[in-house]
Design a protein around this ligand. Structure first.
Ligand code: AGP
Length: 605
């Protein structure tokens, strides 16, 4: 949460800094700010709201200075206001910060006691004061960063400029993502590579406790023990460099359409073309008695759905835990358990803490992540990259189906390793299921106009109910989350069989009930549940396939989703649910990529 960028080069940087944070808006968009050093002074502009508000300000009143820092905020301490917007400037330093300083109250009291005064309610201003004091006493910004870091509890990535040096930027991080990059005559820092991708060819990912001094064309990195280190450099990825939404109305819609390509990429990477073998690091899980899957939000629903696959295909008992619960529960863990953590960002605070908990008791964890240099990818014993490319829409789409694909392939490989399925059955699953998935998504996207017509009627509803059975139950929860998240319609996903145990009381005349009901062994049961709701006034919308449509239309509105093998169905139905949410949000006039109160990377508890 919150995105930071820093740049130094041979020309005024303010405009490029604003472009940089614009690319990080998925991390927060409550307020934004930029500060530069020029003529021995730190100058800044700040604005409440999305980065476009700051862009207008900077265009109207340009900022001079060849070195600067910028920030896009997701408010934690203090409301979204100009005073709380970063950069915070105190005395000789300007600071941007991503993360949370847990002991900020105590530090603030200490600073108040020595006469320091505060302009904001943020934890970051405390850091700016401490850095100003440390710099005053030691005169060296790198030393000041070191001294102050030892006083801070929590997680942070910090960028700093100092008024006395217009030719330098400084940075440090602890459990918060930070990358740096140098080019001839320039240097950059950012929360992730996508912010600076238009300006650089390669980036270095800083490690926990690193400090960096950036000068034009040169970066010096010191580790926690004050040793000069060189962090590995990697090229900027194509998806990080991509500029915009192209022909699409939102990043979310663009990412929905990217799903077939992502799934093809995964297929090519996970399945060996020559031998037909699935190549994923799941071998150590094969002899475990139980799998523990843990994640948050949409990634949690991917885990809930995968449980059906691990149990059915691999015969592995499975438990699925919200990471925010697992980490505080004293869970019964043993070396007979295999642990899988799923995350798009790889930096969600609760999932990372749960992963650390598992590793700390000597278990080895598998992380299924999209951001491959994230903390989870670094700290897990095994990693599967979901290869979805940068996902900018706050509502996860392509990362979700990519997680499902990685989990399905893992379940098939575990089934083989455990002797539950023979090699020829694996081949059939690859050919008859995995290969059909990208096409299933393409065909579902082709139903977009019909889904839009339905979704437009949802936008004005006070509530919506999603139901499903089997793997369609987690999909119902995911569909409801998508709708809540961007259309602001109160939606809940229920196991269809549970309606009569309470949720039926919510049904009023016209309450939308969206059923995910492929024509499978549970179809008739799901339909009976929908019928019970319809009998009480609900307005059903049934997503089914060609075999189910006749029956479904007798109950209400229904739509044919492409008929694909059972294991491929969730990919098609997930796409339909994403489109429903997108179209409903658009009909409501909402900013699909910037839903209110949310941010994509949730690095706070
Ligand atoms: C999905 O649409 C949400 N924005 C959210 O639930 C997200 O899935 C959750 O915060 C977990 O994030 P992660 O996958 O990066 O760990």
């Amino acid at each position: 949460m919150c995105g930071i960028v820093g740049m130094i080069n041979g020309h005024p940087v303010a405009s490029d800094l604003v472009s940089g944070i614009q690319r990080l808006e998925y991390r927060g968009y409550d307020s934004a700010g930029v500060a530069t050093v020029d003529g021995g002074q730190i100058r800044r502009r700040r604005a409440v709201g999305p980065v476009s508000a700051l862009r207008s300000l900077v265009d109207q009143v340009p900022l001079p200075g060849h070195a600067g820092i910028a920030h896009t905020r997701w408010a934690t301490h203090g409301a979204p206001s100009e005073a709380n917007a970063h950069p915070h400037v105190v005395g000789a330093v300007g600071v941007v910060h991503n993360g949370i300083i847990e002991n900020h109250d105590e530090l603030r009291d200490e600073l108040l006691a020595i006469g320091r005064t505060f302009e904001s309610q943020t934890d970051t201003e405390v850091v700016a004061h401490l850095l100003d004091l440390a710099l005053e006493s030691c005169g060296d910004p790198m030393m000041a960063l070191r001294e102050v870091s030892t006083r801070l509890e929590g997680s942070f990535a910090i960028g700093m400029i100092v008024s006395s040096d217009p030719d330098a930027l400084y940075a440090t991080c602890r459990n918060g993502p930070l990358v740096v990059a140098q080019e001839p005559g320039a240097a950059y820092l950012a929360s992730d590579g996508s912010a600076i991708a238009p300006f650089v060819d390669a980036i270095q990912v800083l490690e926990c406790g690193d400090r960096a001094e950036l000068r034009r064309g040169h970066i010096r990195v010191l580790d926690e023990r004050d040793r000069e280190v060189e962090r590995p450099t990697r090229s900027v990825r194509e998806s990080e460099a991509e500029a915009g939404m192209g022909e699409f109305p939102s990043f979310m819609m663009k990412e929905i359409h990217e799903q077939p390509e992502v799934l093809e990429r995964q297929l090519a990477a996970y399945v060996d073309g020559a031998t037909g073998a699935i190549r994923l690091p799941v071998e150590t899980l094969a002899d475990k008695d139980q799998l523990i899957l843990s994640a948050c939000g949409t990634s949690y629903y991917a885990c809930l759905l995968a449980r059906y696959w691990f149990e059915e295909i691999a015969g592995m008992p499975c438990r699925v835990d919200l990471a925010s619960e697992l980490r505080y529960r004293n869970p019964a863990l043993s070396d007979r358990h295999g642990a899988i953590f799923v995350s798009q960002s790889g930096e969600t605070a609760d999932t990372l803490a749960a992963l650390r908990l598992v590793e700390s008791v000597g278990m080895r964890s598998l992380a299924i992540v999209n951001v491959e240099e994230s903390a989870m990818a670094r700290e897990a014993s095994f990693v599967i990259g979901t290869l979805a490319g940068t996902e900018r829409g706050v509502a996860s789409t392509k990362a979700f189906t990519a997680q499902l694909f990685a989990l399905l392939c893992s379940a098939i490989e575990l089934g083989r390793l455990r002797g539950r399925i023979a090699d020829d059955e694996v081949q059939s699953l690859i050919n008859e299921v995995l290969h059909t998935i990208p096409q299933a998504v393409i065909l579902t996207i082709a139903c977009s106009a019909r889904l839009q017509a339905y979704a437009e009627s949802l936008a004005s509803q006070p509530r919506a109910i999603f139901v499903g059975r089997g793997p369609s139950f987690p999909l119902a929860m995911e569909g409801a989350l998508k709708l809540k998240e961007i259309a602001y319609v109160h939606a809940e996903g229920f196991a269809a069989g549970e309606l009569k145990h309470g949720p039926l009381a919510l049904i009023e005349e016209g309450t939308p009930v969206i059923a995910i009901a492929p024509h499978d062994a549970l179809f008739e049961k799901s339909l009976s549940n929908v019928q019970e709701a319809a009998a009480r006034g609900a307005a059903p919308f049934i997503l089914t396939d060609a075999d189910g449509i006749g029956r479904a239309l007798k109950l209400g509105d229904a739509l044919v989703i492409p008929q694909v093998p059972a294991l491929a169905q969730p990919f098609a139905y997930a796409t339909a649910l994403q489109l429903i949410a997108h179209h409903a949000a658009t009909a409501a006039g909402n900013d699909v990529d910037r839903p209110r109160n949310l941010a994509k990377s949730v690095t706070v508890e």
